[in-house]
Design a protein. Sequence first.
Length: 139
Amino acid sequence: MSQREVGVPAVPGRALVVTRFAVPEQDADAFEARCHAALDALAARPGYLRGQVGRAIDDPAAWLLATEWDGVGSYRRALSDIDVKVRAAPLLAAALDEPSGFEVLLANDPAGGVVASRSDRAPDAGTAGPGRTVLSADH
């Protein structure tokens, strides 16, 4: 297997979670150890496909934790696991406050080219949700 291949084919419809962190250089070793524990906990959950931790080439204080899941539901269920709550949630709580979960809409698989899928996002996702009342035009 080449360095480019990581053993999981690219498939639209999966969830990509990219969580960014600002980590002072003097805390890098401890942060990396926390990431290792978080990846171990996440990797044990159903639906986990792969994960990586990286540091920005141009800014040693910019880090990310990127994981891929077979769907957003698997990722959300993983966050409910007690081991993930103990080993990963404290790390995730230190993340930059920005969106981190993404649905894969285009994927390039070296064996099959670019594959596209439609979004699973509901048309009213930006306005509906727990605790929100959405009235139809009839009301």
